[in-house]
Design a protein around this ligand. Sequence first.
Ligand code: AHG
Ligand code: MN
Ligand code: MN
Ligand code: MN
Length: 335
Amino acid sequence: PEVEKVNTNIVTLTRFLTEEQTKHKEATGDFTLLCHALQFSFKSIAYYIRRSTLVNLTGLAGSANVTGDEQKKLDVISNDLFIEAMRSSGRCAMLVSEEEEHIIFFRGSKGARYAIACDPIDGSSNLDAGVSVGTIFAIHKLPEGASATKEDILKPGTELVAAGFTMYGASAQLVITMKGSTVNGFTLDNGVGEFILTHPDMKIPRARTIYSVNEGNSLYWEDKTKNYFNSLKEAQPDGKPYSARYIGSMVSDAYRTLLYGGIFAYPADKKSPKGKLRILYECAPMAMVFENAGGQAVDSNMKRMLEVVPEHIHDRSGIFMGSYDEVEKVKTFYK
Ligand code: AHG
Ligand code: MN
Ligand code: MN
Ligand code: MN
């Protein structure tokens, strides 16, 4: 009988990072170690999400975070897992998290050169329904000799050295990109406990007639936002209107948009004049992924998202991101 052909040349995230590291002469291996700690937190969070209905981890924690969201039990646990992973890596000097009012400084990590912003669980309102959620991360590097202050993280996305997210869906998908580089996607193989490179050099389709927005907010939208989304419901050159897809987890809506193309938006509106999504750990890292995949991301003033500088760590912004041509179309309505 014929023996099944098994691929034995597998690129794990660890192998991928090691190979990337050898391309940079000045690399110390610190970034690779930091990414090991990141992967561990993603695997742990994935594990608790999968088991949540079995071990009483559904529902609310009974507290709210500083941006006004009610915290789910899993928001709190995932935040703690993430913090401990970063602390124990010894490579993280400071951390901003959606679930923490203040910056956490790991003063015990001597010589740590990285500053991280994270959304431990994005889309947590979807958790108890078993809908895909994710973790978003953004990585800054401190200047040589810097002693980690607030200013080291209140930076535009153009300064990020790496960013990405993990989506906990039918499988866990990790998407990561580094400065001036490509976007690569990995799938968690639960059997071997490794993220395996399954989506090398991801490129977002140039255009696609899919839009993703919480249309329930249209009552609060400005006219230009209404006009833009209304235009998508008219016949396009192929005679058909756009399709609507909205999960309500930015990570999942973004992942689909990355693969299929189209536009994802959470515009600023009369109810939320500064938008809803937060710059450091939602908008900027996603914008880096989209740009490096050949797409675009802009705020509600059509300014490049990666150039937006937050004043405070939890500052918000409106956002439009997606296929290159779809974002160009948005700009024509906002001129
Ligand atoms: P989080 O769960 O991290 O607080 O983020 C919620 C965000 C984001 O995931 C999603 O795109 C958006 O909120 C959904 O908001 P609406 O429910 O207002 O549509
Ligand atoms: Mn929240
Ligand atoms: Mn979020
Ligand atoms: Mn969150």
